[in-house]
Design a protein around this ligand. Structure first.
Ligand code: AMP
Ligand code: MG
Length: 403
Protein backbone atom coordinates (compact mmCIF):
# COMPACT_ATOMS: atom_id res chain seq x y z
CA UNK A 1 0.00 0.00 0.00
CA UNK A 2 1.28 3.50 -0.85
CA UNK A 3 2.01 6.08 1.82
CA UNK A 4 0.15 9.34 1.35
CA UNK A 5 3.35 11.00 0.14
CA UNK A 6 3.82 8.28 -2.52
CA UNK A 7 0.16 8.47 -3.53
CA UNK A 8 0.41 12.26 -3.91
CA UNK A 9 3.54 11.87 -6.05
CA UNK A 10 1.63 9.37 -8.20
CA UNK A 11 -1.15 11.94 -8.70
CA UNK A 12 1.42 14.56 -9.71
CA UNK A 13 3.19 12.20 -12.16
CA UNK A 14 0.03 10.91 -13.80
CA UNK A 15 -1.61 14.32 -14.01
CA UNK A 16 1.52 15.75 -15.62
CA UNK A 17 1.49 12.90 -18.14
CA UNK A 18 -2.23 13.04 -18.91
CA UNK A 19 -3.02 16.76 -18.75
CA UNK A 20 -4.87 18.13 -21.78
CA UNK A 21 -3.61 21.50 -23.07
CA UNK A 22 -5.34 24.34 -21.23
CA UNK A 23 -7.50 26.89 -22.91
CA UNK A 24 -7.46 30.50 -21.76
CA UNK A 25 -9.77 33.48 -21.65
CA UNK A 26 -9.41 37.19 -20.97
CA UNK A 27 -10.61 38.33 -17.56
CA UNK A 28 -10.95 41.67 -15.81
CA UNK A 29 -8.60 42.10 -12.84
CA UNK A 30 -11.72 42.59 -10.75
CA UNK A 31 -12.78 38.98 -11.43
CA UNK A 32 -9.45 37.18 -11.73
CA UNK A 33 -8.81 36.25 -8.07
CA UNK A 34 -7.66 32.61 -7.85
CA UNK A 35 -7.08 32.27 -11.58
CA UNK A 36 -3.69 31.34 -13.05
CA UNK A 37 -2.01 33.63 -15.57
CA UNK A 38 -1.67 32.44 -19.17
CA UNK A 39 0.46 35.46 -20.10
CA UNK A 40 3.39 37.44 -18.73
CA UNK A 41 2.77 40.95 -17.46
CA UNK A 42 5.38 43.66 -18.04
CA UNK A 43 5.73 47.19 -16.72
CA UNK A 44 4.53 50.07 -18.87
CA UNK A 45 7.03 52.54 -17.32
CA UNK A 46 9.62 52.60 -14.52
CA UNK A 47 8.43 52.01 -10.92
CA UNK A 48 8.23 54.21 -9.07
CA UNK A 49 7.63 56.46 -12.09
CA UNK A 50 9.29 59.44 -10.31
CA UNK A 51 11.62 59.94 -7.33
CA UNK A 52 9.03 59.52 -4.57
CA UNK A 53 9.15 61.04 -1.12
CA UNK A 54 8.35 58.55 1.66
CA UNK A 55 7.87 61.25 4.32
CA UNK A 56 6.23 64.57 5.00
CA UNK A 57 9.06 67.10 5.29
CA UNK A 58 11.38 69.26 3.20
CA UNK A 59 13.07 68.34 -0.07
CA UNK A 60 16.65 69.60 0.05
CA UNK A 61 20.06 69.31 -1.48
CA UNK A 62 21.71 67.24 1.30
CA UNK A 63 24.96 69.22 1.06
CA UNK A 64 23.05 72.40 2.01
CA UNK A 65 21.08 70.97 4.96
CA UNK A 66 23.80 70.04 7.47
CA UNK A 67 23.05 70.63 11.20
CA UNK A 68 22.73 74.36 11.81
CA UNK A 69 21.82 75.17 8.17
CA UNK A 70 18.93 77.49 7.23
CA UNK A 71 17.12 77.34 3.89
CA UNK A 72 14.32 79.45 2.47
CA UNK A 73 11.14 77.49 1.71
CA UNK A 74 10.39 78.16 -1.95
CA UNK A 75 7.08 76.32 -2.25
CA UNK A 76 5.12 73.15 -1.62
CA UNK A 77 4.60 69.88 -3.48
CA UNK A 78 1.98 67.34 -2.55
CA UNK A 79 1.06 63.93 -4.00
CA UNK A 80 -0.59 64.52 -7.36
CA UNK A 81 1.22 67.81 -8.04
CA UNK A 82 3.24 68.27 -11.19
CA UNK A 83 6.10 70.28 -9.65
CA UNK A 84 8.17 71.35 -12.60
CA UNK A 85 10.39 73.99 -10.96
CA UNK A 86 13.85 72.67 -10.04
CA UNK A 87 15.18 73.41 -6.56
CA UNK A 88 17.30 76.60 -6.52
CA UNK A 89 20.48 76.78 -4.41
CA UNK A 90 19.80 78.00 -0.85
CA UNK A 91 16.16 76.89 -0.88
CA UNK A 92 14.05 73.91 0.12
CA UNK A 93 10.55 72.81 -0.82
CA UNK A 94 7.91 71.49 1.57
CA UNK A 95 6.95 67.99 0.39
CA UNK A 96 4.29 65.44 1.32
CA UNK A 97 4.46 61.65 1.38
CA UNK A 98 4.01 60.20 -2.10
CA UNK A 99 4.91 63.44 -3.90
CA UNK A 100 7.52 63.72 -6.67
CA UNK A 101 10.85 65.08 -5.41
CA UNK A 102 11.79 68.21 -7.43
CA UNK A 103 14.85 68.11 -9.68
CA UNK A 104 17.92 69.36 -7.79
CA UNK A 105 16.77 67.89 -4.46
CA UNK A 106 18.37 64.63 -3.33
CA UNK A 107 16.98 64.11 0.18
CA UNK A 108 13.85 64.64 2.22
CA UNK A 109 14.20 65.75 5.85
CA UNK A 110 11.32 64.71 8.07
CA UNK A 111 9.15 67.56 9.32
CA UNK A 112 9.86 66.47 12.92
CA UNK A 113 13.58 67.12 12.37
CA UNK A 114 13.12 70.77 11.30
CA UNK A 115 11.94 74.03 12.78
CA UNK A 116 10.22 76.69 10.70
CA UNK A 117 10.28 80.42 11.29
CA UNK A 118 8.19 82.15 8.62
CA UNK A 119 9.90 81.51 5.27
CA UNK A 120 13.00 80.02 6.85
CA UNK A 121 13.50 76.36 7.76
CA UNK A 122 16.18 75.36 10.33
CA UNK A 123 17.90 71.97 10.10
CA UNK A 124 19.55 70.32 13.11
CA UNK A 125 20.41 66.73 12.07
CA UNK A 126 22.87 65.15 9.64
CA UNK A 127 21.27 64.54 6.23
CA UNK A 128 22.50 62.00 3.70
CA UNK A 129 21.82 61.99 -0.03
CA UNK A 130 18.93 59.68 -0.97
CA UNK A 131 17.36 59.85 2.48
CA UNK A 132 13.55 59.26 2.47
CA UNK A 133 13.43 58.99 -1.33
CA UNK A 134 12.55 55.89 -3.37
CA UNK A 135 14.36 56.58 -6.67
CA UNK A 136 12.56 56.36 -10.01
CA UNK A 137 12.89 52.86 -11.50
CA UNK A 138 14.28 51.28 -8.30
CA UNK A 139 11.42 48.74 -8.00
CA UNK A 140 11.36 47.88 -11.72
CA UNK A 141 12.55 49.34 -14.99
CA UNK A 142 10.29 49.93 -18.00
CA UNK A 143 9.21 46.86 -19.99
CA UNK A 144 10.29 44.53 -17.18
CA UNK A 145 8.45 41.22 -16.58
CA UNK A 146 6.75 41.41 -13.17
CA UNK A 147 4.22 38.52 -13.41
CA UNK A 148 4.72 35.24 -15.27
CA UNK A 149 2.63 32.64 -17.03
CA UNK A 150 1.61 30.02 -14.47
CA UNK A 151 1.52 32.48 -11.59
CA UNK A 152 -1.54 32.31 -9.34
CA UNK A 153 -3.40 35.57 -8.90
CA UNK A 154 -3.86 36.62 -5.29
CA UNK A 155 -4.62 40.13 -4.06
CA UNK A 156 -1.03 41.38 -4.39
CA UNK A 157 -0.64 40.02 -7.94
CA UNK A 158 -3.93 41.64 -8.95
CA UNK A 159 -2.81 44.95 -7.44
CA UNK A 160 0.44 44.72 -9.41
CA UNK A 161 -1.45 44.04 -12.65
CA UNK A 162 -3.67 47.05 -11.91
CA UNK A 163 -0.63 49.22 -11.11
CA UNK A 164 0.99 48.57 -14.48
CA UNK A 165 -2.26 49.06 -16.36
CA UNK A 166 -2.98 45.41 -17.18
CA UNK A 167 -6.72 45.73 -16.55
CA UNK A 168 -7.47 42.62 -18.66
CA UNK A 169 -5.52 39.42 -18.10
CA UNK A 170 -5.32 36.24 -20.12
CA UNK A 171 -6.00 33.46 -17.58
CA UNK A 172 -6.13 29.68 -17.88
CA UNK A 173 -9.66 28.33 -17.81
CA UNK A 174 -10.27 26.50 -14.55
CA UNK A 175 -10.32 22.71 -14.71
CA UNK A 176 -13.88 21.43 -14.63
CA UNK A 177 -14.51 18.88 -11.92
CA UNK A 178 -17.57 16.62 -12.01
CA UNK A 179 -18.78 15.69 -8.53
CA UNK A 180 -20.79 12.51 -8.13
CA UNK A 181 -21.79 11.08 -4.78
CA UNK A 182 -22.96 7.50 -4.48
CA UNK A 183 -25.11 5.54 -2.05
CA UNK A 184 -28.68 4.29 -1.69
CA UNK A 185 -28.85 6.06 1.69
CA UNK A 186 -27.95 9.47 0.25
CA UNK A 187 -30.71 11.98 -0.48
CA UNK A 188 -30.59 15.53 -1.79
CA UNK A 189 -30.25 18.27 0.87
CA UNK A 190 -33.68 19.73 0.12
CA UNK A 191 -35.48 16.44 0.78
CA UNK A 192 -36.77 15.35 4.20
CA UNK A 193 -34.67 12.39 5.33
CA UNK A 194 -36.19 9.23 6.76
CA UNK A 195 -34.42 7.81 9.83
CA UNK A 196 -31.99 5.67 7.81
CA UNK A 197 -31.20 8.28 5.18
CA UNK A 198 -28.39 10.81 4.98
CA UNK A 199 -28.31 14.22 3.29
CA UNK A 200 -25.75 14.62 0.54
CA UNK A 201 -23.24 16.77 2.39
CA UNK A 202 -20.27 15.37 0.45
CA UNK A 203 -21.33 17.03 -2.78
CA UNK A 204 -21.42 20.34 -0.91
CA UNK A 205 -18.01 19.94 0.75
CA UNK A 206 -16.48 18.69 -2.50
CA UNK A 207 -17.82 21.65 -4.48
CA UNK A 208 -16.33 23.98 -1.86
CA UNK A 209 -13.00 22.17 -1.92
CA UNK A 210 -12.93 22.24 -5.72
CA UNK A 211 -13.50 26.02 -5.67
CA UNK A 212 -10.83 26.58 -3.04
CA UNK A 213 -8.41 24.44 -5.06
CA UNK A 214 -8.97 26.53 -8.19
CA UNK A 215 -11.41 24.27 -10.05
CA UNK A 216 -14.93 24.73 -11.42
CA UNK A 217 -17.34 22.26 -9.79
CA UNK A 218 -20.00 20.52 -11.87
CA UNK A 219 -22.46 18.87 -9.46
CA UNK A 220 -23.94 15.66 -10.86
CA UNK A 221 -26.02 14.68 -7.83
CA UNK A 222 -26.06 11.16 -6.46
CA UNK A 223 -25.96 7.70 -8.03
CA UNK A 224 -27.68 4.72 -6.43
CA UNK A 225 -25.55 1.65 -5.62
CA UNK A 226 -26.64 0.03 -8.90
CA UNK A 227 -24.48 -0.64 -11.94
CA UNK A 228 -26.86 0.99 -14.44
CA UNK A 229 -27.27 4.26 -12.50
CA UNK A 230 -23.58 4.46 -11.64
CA UNK A 231 -22.59 3.76 -15.22
CA UNK A 232 -24.74 6.45 -16.81
CA UNK A 233 -23.77 9.12 -14.26
CA UNK A 234 -20.07 8.23 -14.42
CA UNK A 235 -20.26 8.46 -18.23
CA UNK A 236 -21.66 11.98 -17.83
CA UNK A 237 -18.79 12.81 -15.44
CA UNK A 238 -16.21 11.60 -17.94
CA UNK A 239 -17.03 14.63 -20.11
CA UNK A 240 -15.13 16.86 -17.62
CA UNK A 241 -11.40 17.22 -16.87
CA UNK A 242 -11.71 15.42 -13.54
CA UNK A 243 -14.36 13.21 -11.97
CA UNK A 244 -14.51 13.02 -8.19
CA UNK A 245 -16.76 10.36 -6.70
CA UNK A 246 -17.63 9.89 -3.06
CA UNK A 247 -18.50 6.50 -1.59
CA UNK A 248 -18.70 3.05 -3.04
CA UNK A 249 -14.97 2.28 -3.01
CA UNK A 250 -14.76 0.08 0.12
CA UNK A 251 -14.97 -3.73 0.26
CA UNK A 252 -18.76 -4.00 0.69
CA UNK A 253 -21.08 -5.93 -1.58
CA UNK A 254 -22.59 -2.65 -2.88
CA UNK A 255 -19.31 -0.80 -3.36
CA UNK A 256 -19.46 -0.87 -7.15
CA UNK A 257 -17.55 2.23 -8.25
CA UNK A 258 -14.31 0.43 -9.17
CA UNK A 259 -16.19 -2.34 -11.00
CA UNK A 260 -18.14 0.14 -13.11
CA UNK A 261 -15.04 2.20 -13.86
CA UNK A 262 -13.18 -0.96 -14.88
CA UNK A 263 -16.04 -1.90 -17.24
CA UNK A 264 -15.70 1.56 -18.77
CA UNK A 265 -12.01 0.90 -19.44
CA UNK A 266 -10.43 2.73 -16.49
CA UNK A 267 -6.79 2.32 -15.62
CA UNK A 268 -5.99 2.58 -11.87
CA UNK A 269 -2.82 4.08 -10.41
CA UNK A 270 -3.70 3.24 -6.80
CA UNK A 271 -6.70 1.86 -4.96
CA UNK A 272 -5.62 2.14 -1.35
CA UNK A 273 -3.44 4.48 0.70
CA UNK A 274 -1.97 3.85 4.16
CA UNK A 275 -4.01 6.55 5.92
CA UNK A 276 -6.93 6.74 8.31
CA UNK A 277 -9.43 8.04 7.51
CA UNK A 278 -9.34 7.55 3.75
CA UNK A 279 -7.67 4.18 3.19
CA UNK A 280 -9.84 2.97 0.25
CA UNK A 281 -9.10 6.07 -1.90
CA UNK A 282 -8.84 5.27 -5.62
CA UNK A 283 -7.10 7.22 -8.38
CA UNK A 284 -7.08 6.41 -12.08
CA UNK A 285 -7.89 7.55 -15.57
CA UNK A 286 -10.90 6.72 -17.71
CA UNK A 287 -11.16 7.96 -21.32
CA UNK A 288 -8.83 10.96 -20.72
CA UNK A 289 -10.56 12.06 -17.53
CA UNK A 290 -8.72 11.76 -14.22
CA UNK A 291 -10.92 9.92 -11.73
CA UNK A 292 -10.75 10.04 -7.94
CA UNK A 293 -12.91 7.60 -6.01
CA UNK A 294 -12.92 8.95 -2.47
CA UNK A 295 -14.39 7.02 0.45
CA UNK A 296 -17.86 8.26 1.44
CA UNK A 297 -17.45 9.01 5.12
CA UNK A 298 -17.41 12.81 5.12
CA UNK A 299 -14.08 13.33 6.91
CA UNK A 300 -12.44 10.65 4.70
CA UNK A 301 -13.76 12.45 1.63
CA UNK A 302 -12.42 15.80 2.83
CA UNK A 303 -8.99 14.51 3.90
CA UNK A 304 -8.37 12.54 0.71
CA UNK A 305 -9.43 15.52 -1.39
CA UNK A 306 -6.94 17.77 0.41
CA UNK A 307 -4.12 15.21 0.09
CA UNK A 308 -4.60 14.10 -3.51
CA UNK A 309 -7.12 16.03 -5.62
CA UNK A 310 -5.60 19.45 -4.83
CA UNK A 311 -2.31 18.49 -6.53
CA UNK A 312 -4.12 17.47 -9.74
CA UNK A 313 -6.13 20.72 -9.80
CA UNK A 314 -2.99 22.84 -9.38
CA UNK A 315 -1.42 21.17 -12.40
CA UNK A 316 -4.59 21.30 -14.49
CA UNK A 317 -4.87 25.02 -13.68
CA UNK A 318 -1.51 25.59 -15.35
CA UNK A 319 0.26 26.34 -12.07
CA UNK A 320 3.02 24.57 -10.14
CA UNK A 321 1.80 22.18 -7.42
CA UNK A 322 1.51 23.90 -4.06
CA UNK A 323 3.03 22.05 -1.13
CA UNK A 324 0.61 20.65 1.42
CA UNK A 325 0.16 23.23 4.20
CA UNK A 326 2.03 21.09 6.73
CA UNK A 327 3.69 22.82 9.68
CA UNK A 328 5.05 21.65 13.04
CA UNK A 329 3.20 22.25 16.31
CA UNK A 330 3.69 21.22 19.92
CA UNK A 331 1.34 18.50 21.16
CA UNK A 332 -0.72 19.74 24.11
CA UNK A 333 -2.40 16.42 25.02
CA UNK A 334 -1.03 12.88 24.82
CA UNK A 335 -2.23 10.69 21.94
CA UNK A 336 -2.60 6.95 21.39
CA UNK A 337 -3.30 5.63 17.89
CA UNK A 338 -2.98 2.17 16.40
CA UNK A 339 0.26 2.14 14.37
CA UNK A 340 0.29 0.97 10.74
CA UNK A 341 -1.54 3.84 9.04
CA UNK A 342 -0.86 7.58 9.11
CA UNK A 343 -3.71 9.21 11.03
CA UNK A 344 -5.29 12.57 10.22
CA UNK A 345 -7.17 13.71 13.31
CA UNK A 346 -9.41 16.79 13.51
CA UNK A 347 -7.51 19.17 15.76
CA UNK A 348 -7.23 22.75 16.89
CA UNK A 349 -4.03 24.70 16.73
CA UNK A 350 -3.57 27.89 18.70
CA UNK A 351 -0.75 30.39 18.52
CA UNK A 352 0.06 31.39 22.08
CA UNK A 353 3.50 32.87 22.20
CA UNK A 354 5.96 31.70 19.58
CA UNK A 355 5.12 27.98 19.32
CA UNK A 356 1.81 26.73 17.98
CA UNK A 357 0.09 24.31 20.35
CA UNK A 358 -2.18 21.60 18.97
CA UNK A 359 -4.80 19.39 20.55
CA UNK A 360 -6.79 16.62 18.83
CA UNK A 361 -10.55 17.08 19.23
CA UNK A 362 -12.82 14.40 20.61
CA UNK A 363 -14.65 12.80 17.71
CA UNK A 364 -16.70 9.79 16.75
CA UNK A 365 -14.67 8.84 13.70
CA UNK A 366 -14.78 9.75 10.06
CA UNK A 367 -18.52 10.47 9.94
CA UNK A 368 -18.21 13.24 12.53
CA UNK A 369 -18.54 16.51 10.61
CA UNK A 370 -19.61 18.26 13.81
CA UNK A 371 -16.15 17.66 15.32
CA UNK A 372 -14.47 18.72 12.10
CA UNK A 373 -16.34 22.03 12.06
CA UNK A 374 -14.50 22.89 15.32
CA UNK A 375 -11.13 21.94 13.83
CA UNK A 376 -8.73 24.31 12.09
CA UNK A 377 -6.21 21.62 11.17
CA UNK A 378 -5.59 17.88 11.01
CA UNK A 379 -3.02 16.48 13.39
CA UNK A 380 -0.87 13.98 11.51
CA UNK A 381 0.27 10.92 13.46
CA UNK A 382 2.93 9.07 11.47
CA UNK A 383 2.23 5.40 10.63
CA UNK A 384 5.04 4.18 12.90
CA UNK A 385 3.84 6.05 16.00
CA UNK A 386 1.59 4.48 18.60
CA UNK A 387 1.92 7.01 21.39
CA UNK A 388 2.81 10.67 21.04
CA UNK A 389 3.69 12.58 24.20
CA UNK A 390 2.86 16.07 25.41
CA UNK A 391 5.48 18.56 24.21
CA UNK A 392 6.51 16.53 21.15
CA UNK A 393 6.63 18.30 17.82
CA UNK A 394 3.98 16.93 15.43
CA UNK A 395 3.05 17.83 11.85
CA UNK A 396 -0.31 19.46 11.31
CA UNK A 397 -2.12 19.94 8.02
CA UNK A 398 -3.72 23.39 8.13
CA UNK A 399 -7.28 23.97 7.02
CA UNK A 400 -6.42 26.96 4.86
CA UNK A 401 -10.12 27.67 4.35
CA UNK A 402 -10.60 28.74 8.00
CA UNK A 403 -7.11 29.85 9.08
P1 AMP B 1 -19.20 4.38 1.64
O1 AMP B 1 -17.79 4.89 1.43
O2 AMP B 1 -20.01 4.36 0.40
O3 AMP B 1 -19.18 3.05 2.33
O4 AMP B 1 -19.91 5.42 2.62
C1 AMP B 1 -19.58 5.43 3.99
C2 AMP B 1 -20.55 6.28 4.76
O5 AMP B 1 -20.36 7.62 4.40
C3 AMP B 1 -22.00 6.03 4.47
O6 AMP B 1 -22.50 5.02 5.26
C4 AMP B 1 -22.65 7.36 4.82
O7 AMP B 1 -22.89 7.41 6.21
C5 AMP B 1 -21.58 8.34 4.49
N1 AMP B 1 -21.81 8.97 3.20
C6 AMP B 1 -21.68 8.40 1.98
N2 AMP B 1 -21.98 9.27 1.00
C7 AMP B 1 -22.28 10.43 1.62
C8 AMP B 1 -22.65 11.72 1.14
N3 AMP B 1 -22.77 11.98 -0.16
N4 AMP B 1 -22.88 12.70 2.05
C9 AMP B 1 -22.76 12.44 3.36
N5 AMP B 1 -22.40 11.26 3.86
C10 AMP B 1 -22.16 10.24 3.01
MG1 MG C 1 -21.84 3.66 -0.08
Amino acid sequence: MLTYEQARRTVIEQTTKNARPRTAATMSVWDALGFVLAQDVTTDRPYPPFDRSTRDGFAVNAAEAAPGAKLRCAGEVKAGDDFATPLKPGTCVQIMTGAAVPAGANAVVMLEHTRREGEVVHFDRAVSAGQNIVPRGSEAGPDQKVLSTGQRLGFAELALAAQVGAAQLLCANKPRVAILSTGDEVISIDEAPRAFQIRNSNSVSLAAQVRLAGGEPVALGNAADRVDDLRSKIERGLKEDVLVLSGGVSMGKYDLVETVLKDLGAEFYFDAVAIRPGKPAVFGKCSDTLVFGLPGNPVSTMVTFELFVTAALDLLSGAPVRDLPLVEARLAEELHEKPGLAHFLPARVEWRGSTPQVKALRWQGSGDIIALAHANCFLVVAADRGQVNVGESVPILLRKDVI
